[in-house]
Design a protein around this ligand. Structure first.
Ligand code: COS
Length: 384
């Protein structure tokens, strides 16, 4: 067992860190204030390969592994949670549906354009009445044999990236009587007739990410756009979410590590009672606790990524990493604000934003309660 990153991974980590510090950090506060994502930054993320890290070079991807992707997620989230989720939804939710379940022709049509820099993807699963109970889909897709198309009707909520994305994997009922086995997955062009997208939903954190309601009214998609078989949609969504949860765990680690870095720098500068507050044992012990928790969260995240890279089942490992890391992110960002006192609470210091951004990591891509369902299910706690 080797707990050290390989030379290649170390090098990638340095590159991601440099990009995050130089290109993302200077924009993060303003993007949060305006609740807008910077479109030039989006282009740069595409240009430098951030949207195709774990995908094959054959389709224009970087050809890295999931561990490299987790490293990138940590580095960008250290400086901006919104950029973390923008990359994550595109990579681990949209792209993975096609990478895992698409045909060669579908990969050329729907994966290549989103990882070679021209298009951005999103993932339409959650509905007003289908959140944790993802099986309760109301959106429908009806096959029209005359045109060999499906007609999609329904509405999705909290579709991250939908404010600027081009393509979306939309989940819809093709057979309402079949429960989870009646859901199918379609790639929908968001610029087409019948698709309407709301303004960015006002939220507590990750405010620059574009998270909107999307409604589909008689949207016609060619049968070619159906990913996998009819009725396979629920499994496709679950598989995508398993990988997505590793991304959110890495985002949580990044938010927490970023907050520690900010708080430590501040504690060395800030003088009270005649000395820097870093000279007080209370401060030292607090930071020691914070870093220990973050290291543990990172190890769970790397274990989940490496399990996925090895080809083994990783649902439980991903859920454990997300459950633990999201809790750590919330604890650590709160402590960072506490260490920085009144200044930490001000919007001009990034720990305030990190604390707001951290909350959602316990909610999206499966709540902490859903993570416990997945973990206890894998442990067969309720089996005879
Ligand atoms: N990978 C592949 N298949 C999976 C799977 C996974 N990780 N998890 C479940 N499945 C399959 C099951 O094997 C089962 O298949 P069969 O019909 O062949 O038996 C099917 O999916 C239904 O599984 P299950 O009965 O466990 O589904 P539930 O409706 O009980 O849902 C939870 C289970 C709660 C875990 C699921 O709905 C979930 O993850 N919800 C949260 C959704 C979420 O994360 N939303 C956020 C979206 S961000 S836009």
């Amino acid at each position: 067992m080797d707990f050290k990153l390989s030379k290649t991974h170390q090098l990638q980590q340095e590159l991601y860190r440099k990009f995050a510090e130089e290109e993302i950090k200077p924009l993060a506060e303003d993007m949060d204030e305006t609740e807008q994502y910077d479109m030039e930054l989006l282009k740069k993320l595409h240009k430098y390969g951030f949207f195709g890290i774990p995908y094959s070079k054959q389709y224009g991807g970087v050809g890295g592994d999931y561990l490299s992707y987790a490293l990138a997620m940590e580095e960008v989230s250290k400086v901006d949670g919104s950029t973390g989720i923008t990359i994550s939804v595109h990579t681990s939710l949209y792209c993975s549906c096609i990478d895992y379940f698409g045909t060669e022709e579908q990969k050329e049509a729907f994966l290549r354009p989103t990882i070679d820099g021209s298009k951005t993807g999103c993932f339409g699963l959650t509905e007003p009445n289908a959140g944790s109970d993802a099986a309760g889909q109301q959106t429908t897709a009806v096959y029209d044999p005359d045109t060999d198309e499906y007609i999609i009707n329904g509405g999705k909520v909290f579709t991250t990236n939908s404010g600027f994305a081009d393509l979306c994997t939309v989940f819809a009922m093709t057979d309402k009587s079949a429960g989870t086995r009646g859901i199918s997955c379609f790639v929908v062009d968001l610029h087409q007739e019948g698709v309407s997208i709301s303004e960015n939903i006002k939220r507590m954190g990750i405010r620059a990410a574009q998270n909107c309601e999307v409604s589909y009214e008689n949207v016609r998609v060619p049968a070619f756009n159906r990913i996998g078989k009819e009725g396979q949609g629920f499994k496709i969504a679950m598989k995508a979410l398993d990988g997505g949860r590793i991304g959110i765990a890495a985002q949580s680690v990044g938010l927490a590590q970023g907050a520690i870095n900010e708080a430590m720098a501040y504690c060395k500068e800030r003088k009270q009672f005649g000395r820097p507050i870093s000279a007080f044992q209370t401060t030292q012990f607090k930071l020691a606790d914070m870093q220990t928790k973050v290291d543990a969260a990172r190890l769970l995240t790397w274990r989940a990524a490496c399990t996925k890279d090895s080809g083994e089942n990783y649902s439980k490992e991903a859920a454990m990493a997300k459950l633990f890391a999201s809790d750590v992110a919330n604890q650590v960002c709160r402590e960072a604000v506490q260490l920085m006192g009144g200044y930490g609470y001000c919007r001009e210091y990034p720990v305030e934003r990190a604390l707001r951004d951290a909350k959602i990591t316990e909610i999206y891509e499966g709540t902490s309660e859903v993570m416990k369902m997945v973990i206890s299910g894998a442990m067969k706690v309720n089996a005879k």
